[in-house]
Ligand binder design. Structure first.
Ligand SMILES: Nc1ncnc2c1ncn2[C@@H]1O[C@H](COP(=O)(O)OP(=O)(O)OP(=O)(O)O)[C@@H](O)[C@H]1O
Length: 689
C-alpha cells in the first residue's frame, strides 16, 4: 500500500526543515529525524563528507566484484531464491532488490527495468560500494553501521543527489552474531510502500534461518520458544550445540533473548542456560523425536524445545554385521541407513521390490512441489513409515512431522485435535487452550492417516484450510496462516467412498494429486531384506550381539501370507527375539509364536499352512514345509518323494502318529510341528480314532 500523499508531504517538510538546520545552520535538529538517521548524519559530517558532493566513485571492476562474490558465496547461494521471491512481490513498483556484502558492496540485484536505469546514475549497481563513509546516509551502509534494519527515505539520504531514492535495508547476521551482508529494497521515493521494511525484515529472517541450517547441518540444533506454535516459525530461537554441549552458533532471536555476545570466545554451554543436561535432552529427543519438550531455563522461564539433527549414535542403531545362518541378502548400493522412524528416508525404504520402487520414484518426483500425496495400501504395509520417509527426504525435514489417525480418535474430538482451540472454547477445554495438529505441522508435514474415515463435516473444514492455507482455532476469531505439506493415507478405495457419498469429491481431488499404492507384504519380493532390517533393529535394541535366522524360518516367512503385513512380521520377529535365550543368536521354528500357525487362532490364519501338511509332516515334521506351495516342496527330503505312492490319508496317519510319539502325546507341540491348529489336529485325531 502506498503512503498517503498528505502524510508524505508532512514527512518531507519536516525533513527539509531538519536539513536546513543541520546543513545550513550547522545545528542538530531537535525533531523530524529518526535517531538512526541523525546519528548517521553526524557520522558523515564527522567523516568530512560534503552533502553536495556530486563526484561518483566508479563501481569495482569485474575481478574485484568476483572476489567479493567468492567471499560471500554462501550468502549469495541462499539469498538467490529469496531475492527472486521478494522481487515477485514488488515487481512493477519501480524498485529493485539488492544484496550487499559486509562492506556495503552490491553483489547482486534484481530490478524493474525502468528503475534500474535511474539507479545506475547513482551507481546503485553490482560492484558499487554503498558504505556509509563514502555514500553518506543510505539504507545499506547505515544498516551495517547501526547493526539494525533501517529505512532511509528521500531527503534523509545525506548526499543530495540520492534524494530521489527510498530504501529499506536489514543486516543479515550469521550464527556468530556478525553481519554477513545486507538485503535492501530501493525504489523511487515517490512510490514509497509502507510495508517494504517489513518485507525486508521477514526475508532476512528467512535467509538467516537458511544460513544457520546450512552451517550447522551436521550439528544438533535446538529450536525453542515460550509458545509452542512459534517453534518452527521464523520467530523461533535456535542454537547449534556441539557434542560437548557447547553453544557453537545462535540465531539473532536466540542471541537477543539470551543476551549472547557476538563471537564464540565466551560461548556458554547448554547446561548453563537450561536446567536439563544436554545428554538428558538428547535421550528424551531420541525417544520422542517429533515432540516438543518443555524445558525450564536457569533464569526461570519455561520454553518449548525441539531437537533437530540429532541422530542416535551409530552403535545403538545397527548391530554389528550379522553372522546369519542365512546369507545376508545383498543390499542395494548406497549409504548405510538409519532406520529409526524419525530419520528414515525414501532411499532406506528401497529394498528391492519393483512395485515399492515405483511408489518411491513417483513420490520423489513430487517432493518439494507442494503436491499432496495420497498413500494407499492394506493395514500394516508401512504407509505411515513411507509418509515419514517422504517428509525426512524433503526440504521440510527440519520442520515437524505431525500425524493424526482420523479413525482412531472419536468423531467429536477430531475437530479440536485438528484445529486447536482457545481457552474456555467449550466445556472440558483446557484453560490455556490447545494448539491443533494443523498449526503444529506449520513448516513441516501433516500426515492424516485413514483420511477415508474422516467425518463429512470435518472434511468441509479441512478443505477450507487447504484452500485458504490458514486455520481458525475453535472459539477464536483470528485465522492463523499455516504452511504445511499434506500427506494422507487410507486403506479404503477413496473413489468408492466418493461414490457412496462418504467422502467429498472436492476434497478427494485436493488430497489425491498423486497416489502411490504400497504392495501387501505377501506380494513383495524383498521379504528377506525386510526381515534382515527388522532383525538388525531388534538386535540393536537388545544390545546382545547379532541375531541370525535359520533358512527354514526365512523360507517360511517368504511363503506365509502375512494378513497383518509388515506390522505382523515385525511383531513375530519381536516375539521370536524375546524368546531367545541369552546364549541363543538364531531364530528357529521354536521361537515363533503359536498364533502364526493358527494354533489358537481361527482357521482363517491356519488355513494357508494346512494344505501340504501330510507331506511336510512325514518328511521333516517341520511346520514350515506346510507353508510351501505343493509345487515348491524343495525342503521335503528325497525319501518322501521317492517312496511308494500311498493314499494321502495313509501319509497323514503316519505323520500324525510319528509326531505324537515324538512329542510324548503333547497335542500343542504336535500341532506346532505339524503346522496345523490344535483344533484341526483334534479333528484329525478324532477321525483317526
Ligand atoms: N520397510 C519396513 N521396514 C521395517 N519396518 C517397517 C517397514 N514398513 C513398515 N514397518 C513397520 O511396520 C509397522 C507398521 O507400519 P505403518 O504403521 O507405517 O503401517 P500402516 O500401513 O500405516 O498401518 P495402518 O494402516 O494400520 O495405520 C510399523 O511399526 C513400521 O515401523
Amino acid at each position: 500500500m502506498a503512503v498517503l500523499p498528505q502524510l508524505r508531504d508532512r514527512r518531507e517538510n519536516t525533513i527539509s526543515d531538519a536539513r536546513r538546520f543541520f546543513f545550513e545552520l550547522g545545528q542538530t535538529p531537535e525533531a523530524g529525524l529518526a535517531p538512526p538517521v541523525l546519528r548517521s548524519w553526524q557520522r558523515c559530517r564527522t567523516g568530512g563528507l560534503d552533502h553536495l558532493d556530486a563526484y561518483l566513485i566508479d563501481p569495482a571492476g569485474r575481478a574485484q566484484l568476483s572476489d567479493a562474490r567468492d567471499r560471500s558465496a554462501r550468502l549469495l547461494e541462499h539469498a538467490g531464491g529469496i531475492m527472486e521471491h521478494v522481487f515477485e512481490q514488488i515487481r512493477a513498483s519501480g524498485s529493485m532488490v539488492i544484496l550487499a556484502d559486509t562492506r556495503g558492496m552490491i553483489l547482486h540485484c534484481l530490478g524493474d527495468p525502468d528503475f534500474v536505469g535511474r539507479a545506475q546514475r547513482v551507481a546503485l549497481q553490482p560492484g558499487a560500494s554503498w558504505d556509509e563513509a563514502v555514500r553518506g546516509t543510505n539504507a545499506i551502509g547505515t544498516a551495517i553501521q547501526e547493526g539494525a534494519a533501517v529505512e532511509i527515505h528521500g531527503a534523509e539520504h545525506y548526499l543530495e543527489r540520492n534524494g530521489f531514492l527510498t530504501c529499506s535495508a536489514a543486516p543479515v547476521f550469521n550464527a556468530q552474531g556478525h553481519v554477513a551482508g545486507v538485503l535492501d529494497i530501493s525504489g523511487d521515493s515517490r512510490n514509497n510502500q509502507r510495508h517494504t521494511l517489513g518485507l525486508v525484515r521477514l526475508s532476512v529472517q528467512l535467509l538467516e534461518k537458511r544460513l544457520f541450517e546450512a552451517e550447522f547441518a551436521k550439528e544438533v540444533r535446538i529450536a525453542f520458544h515460550p509458545r509452542p506454535e512459534y517453534v518452527g516459525s521464523l520467530q523461533e530461537a535456535m542454537l547449534a550445540v556441539d557434542a560437548d554441549g557447547r553453544i557453537v552458533g545462535a540465531n539473532p532471536v536466540a542471541r537477543e533473548w539470551l543476551a549472547l555476545p557476538a563471537g564464540l570466545a565466551d560461548a556458554p554451554t547448554f547446561g548453563s542456560l537450561f536446567r536439563t543436561g544436554f545428554g538428558q535432552l538428547l535421550d528424551r529427543a531420541v525417544n520422542a523425536p517429533d515432540d516438543l519438550l518443555l524445558l525450564e531455563m536457569r533464569r526461570g522461564e519455561a520454553v518449548y524445545v525441539q531437537v533437530r539433527g540429532h541422530r542416535r549414535p551409530r552403535a545403538e542403531v545397527s548391530a554389528p554385521r550379522l553372522q546369519q545362518s542365512v546369507a545376508d541378502p545383498a543390499r542395494p548400493a548406497g549409504k548405510p541407513c538409519d532406520r529409526s522412524k524419525s530419520l528414515i528416508t525414501l532411499d532406506c525404504l528401497a529394498t528391492g521390490d519393483a512395485r515399492l520402487q515405483l511408489a518411491l520414484d513417483r513420490a520423489r518426483r513430487v517432493q518439494g512441489k507442494d503436491i499432496p500425496l495420497l498413500i494407499q495400501g492394506e493395514s500394516g504395509v508401512g504407509k505411515e513409515l513411507f509418509a515419514r520417509a517422504f517428509h525426512n527426504s524433503g526440504a521440510r525435514n527440519d520442520g515437524p512431522f505431525v500425524a493424526l489417525n482420523c479413525a482412531a480418535i472419536p468423531e467429536n474430538l477430531i475437530e479440536s485435535e485438528l484445529f486447536g482451540y482457545v481457552g474456555g472454547a467449550f466445556t472440558g477445554a483446557r484453560r490455556e487452550g490447545a494448539v491443533g495438529k494443523l498449526q503444529q505441522a506449520h513448516g513441516g508435514t501433516l500426515f492424516l492417516d485413514e483420511i477415508g474415515d474422516m467425518p463429512l463435516g470435518m472434511q468441509a473444514r479441512l478443505l477450507r484450510v487447504l484452500q485458504e492455507r490458514s486455520v481458525t482455532p475453535i472459539g477464536s476469531m483470528k485465522s492463523i496462516p499455516v504452511d504445511i505439506s499434506l500427506v494422507c493415507a487410507t486403506h479404503r478405495v477413496l473413489r468408492d467412498a466418493v461414490k457412496q457419498g462418504l467422502f467429498r469429491e472436492d476434497l478427494y481431488y485436493r488430497v489425491n494429486s498423486l497416489t502411490v499404492t504400497l504392495p501387501p507384504l505377501r506380494e513383495r519380493t524383498d521379504i528377506r531384506h525386510i526381515v534382515t532390517n527388522l532383525l538388525e533393529m531388534e538386535a540393536a535394541d537388545r544390545r546382545s550381539g547379532p541375531i541370525g535366522i535359520s533358512e527354514e524360518v526365512m523360507g517360511f516367512f517368504e511363503r506365509y501370507p502375512w494378513p497383518g503385513n509388515v506390522r505382523q512380521l515385525q511383531n513375530v520377529i519381536r516375539v521370536a527375539v524375546a524368546l531367545l535365550d541369552d546364549d541363543e543368536h538364531e531364530i528357529a521354528s521354536v521361537h515363533l509364536p503359536e498364533e502364526l500357525f493358527g494354533i489358537d487362532g481361527g482357521d482363517e490364519v491356519a488355513e494357508p499352512l494346512q494344505r501340504p501338511v501330510a507331506l511336510a509332516a512325514q518328511a521333516a515334521a517341520s511346520p514350515f514345509a506346510a507353508a510351501l506351495p505343493a509345487a515348491s516342496a524343495a525342503i521335503v527330503p528325497q525319501a518322501a518323494a521317492a517312496s511308494t505312492p500311498r493314499s494321502l490319508d495313509e501319509i497323514e496317519l503316519e505323520a500324525i502318529t510319528t509326531v505324537m510319539r515324538e512329542v510324548g502325546g503333547n497335542v500343542s507341540a504336535a500341532a506346532r510341528r505339524l503346522g496345523v491348529s490344535r483344533n484341526t489336529l483334534y479333528r484329525k485325531l478324532g477321525k483317526l480314532n
